[in-house]
Design a protein around this ligand. Structure first.
Ligand code: 13P
Length: 240
């Protein structure tokens, strides 16, 4: 199981240091990933290291150049990042991320040896119009079309209507959508790609979600912001 946390635009450096000094990792030995704000990546070498990966929430595709406000792969790697999220729905929704730009970012990150958590998900309108599979397939095929080596690729299914709403997808929805995503990925890469679920994961639903077939882990936003809750999520989600 992979337990990934996305801190989004939360926590200063001081708060990140507090978070990790309060995090009790005793008895926790799953694969854990923290997507930190850029401003805290320089703390990575001071943070706990056992089985834990740290990364960014986005990364640009160009090596360098006139891209004001962007951050390159080399810049985050220099600070010790192991991975980056790519194409989170908030990037797609609020910052003009397209399948095409996401494809370039995923390619640049994977080519550099970083791991990538590539996010896909339909919004409420697309879901109501019964277009979920169409949208997911398009996001995967266009977004991952440049990828030759899928070894470091993880996909996160995050239905947009479930993010931050307290309304997660049902077990049946997650199982069938993950099966569909795994099928598309298998046809592209001829291998099993891990697929995480994200969207209102909390202490109440984590165990059920982690025990759904085809769920390889979770990507947690709000609930990951407390170290005690994140620890509980990992422990509860690891139970069969
Ligand atoms: P919430 O867990 O707050 O719904 O956020 C999910 C998410 O967007 C993780 O990337």
């Amino acid at each position: 199981m992979i337990f990934a946390a996305n801190f989004k635009m939360n926590k200063t450096q001081k708060e990140i240091l507090e978070y990790f000094s309060n995090f009790n990792f005793d008895g926790v030995n799953s694969n854990i990933m923290f997507a930190l704000p850029y401003t805290s990546l320089s703390l990575i070498n001071k943070l706990p290291q056992n089985n834990i990966l740290y990364g960014s929430q986005n990364v640009h595709f160009a090596k360098k150049g006139a891209f004001t406000g962007e951050i390159s792969v080399e810049m985050i790697k220099e600070l010790g990042a192991d991975f980056s999220l790519i194409a989170h729905s908030e990037r797609r929704q609020f910052f003009g991320e397209t399948d095409e730009s996401a494809a370039l970012r995923a390619q640049a990150a994977l080519d550099s040896g970083l791991k990538v958590i590539f996010c896909v998900g339909e919004n409420h309108r697309q879901r109501r119009a019964n277009r979920t599979k169409f949208v997911l397939k398009r996001q995967l095929i266009k977004g991952l079309k440049n990828i030759n080596n899928s070894q470091n690729l993880i996909v996160a299914y995050e239905p947009v209507w479930a993010i931050g709403t307290g309304k997660s997808a049902t077990a049946t929805e997650i199982q069938s959508t993950h099966a569909f995503i795994k099928g598309v990925l298998f046809s592209m890469f001829k291998t099993d790609i891990p697929v995480l679920y994200g969207g209102s994961v909390n202490i109440k639903n984590i165990n059920d979600i982690c025990n759904i077939k085809n769920v390889d882990g979770v990507l947690v936003g709000g609930a990951s912001l407390s170290p005690d809750t994140m620890r509980e999520l990992i422990i509860s989600g690891s139970k069969k």
